[in-house]
Design a protein around this ligand. Sequence first.
Ligand code: NAD
Length: 295
Amino acid sequence: MAKIGFIGVGNMGGPMALNLLKAGHSVKVFDLSEAAVQTCVDAGGEAAPSANDAATGVNIVVSMLPKGDHVRGVYLGDNGAIAAASEGTLFIDCSTIDVATAREVSAAASAAGMMMVDAPVSGGVGGAVAGTLTFMVGGPAGAFEAAKPVLEVMGQNIVHTGASGNGQAAKICNNMILGISMIAVSEAFVLGEKLGLEHQTLFDIASTASGQCWSLTSYCPVPGPVPASPANNDYKPGFSAQNMLKDLMLSQEAADGFDASTALGKAATDLYQSYVSGDGEAADFSGIINMIRKN
Ligand code: NAD
């Protein structure tokens, strides 16, 4: 069993750390929120007084933090986790962050004689609790092989996506497809309403024809056709519009930095920005159909 330091035990990191404890690993946790740490201590974890301490005396460090700045702050510098850890420590950053930061932090880890992977997830809080997350893992093959047994405790589908940063690249490209396709499906339902087409009729046609996609068949933005979709629960998240906006903004940062043309990605980012600044601040991302219907 491994000795693991876990930094950032919020909505996602908390249940992930609990699954590591359940599997018998020893887990030392640090978070700025004492309540979040306490939940892990109650389940058999040890509280660390700082991120550096969580990275000391362990074989593996897992982090699940909000943004690139937090990841940089925790790992880099004289007081960072990389400086505090013993040589050979494996770092697994599961946060969704920008590709450039992921590559910078991995390079710093490698220069200090450590292994590191970026391993962002899909599957949400439900997947974190159930241990069924998908991990998109960027980094050297040796680091991927070392990380895999630990990731398998927290997830079901562990995919090596290539070099450092490529886990983040896979995540933001996938979520750019998702944001664009949700808007496409929503626009089609609103147009159908104006043309007098029943929701179920459009669903039955499009879900078996060339308009078929996940936003339609698994996460339909109108109530009825897919009973488990957030549309049937007043658009409570689910996957929040705020998180969709975050991922779309990361896609646009990457597109600008790497000179990629993403006209629809930009349009989707602008629409989600309007939605989050308006009624969508606390809503599921599929709730964007309500803004489209109003416009
Ligand atoms: P969260 O806000 O619930 O948790 C983040 C935790 O990090 C908080 O408990 C916070 O106190 C802690 N933190 C912040 N700065 C810290 C620091 N310097 N040191 C230690 N702890 C610190 O967020 P979350 O929903 O768990 O998301 C975490 C990451 O997972 C994000 O990058 C998010 O985009 C990604 N993600 C979230 C979901 C989701 O459905 N929530 C799905 C996929 C990916």
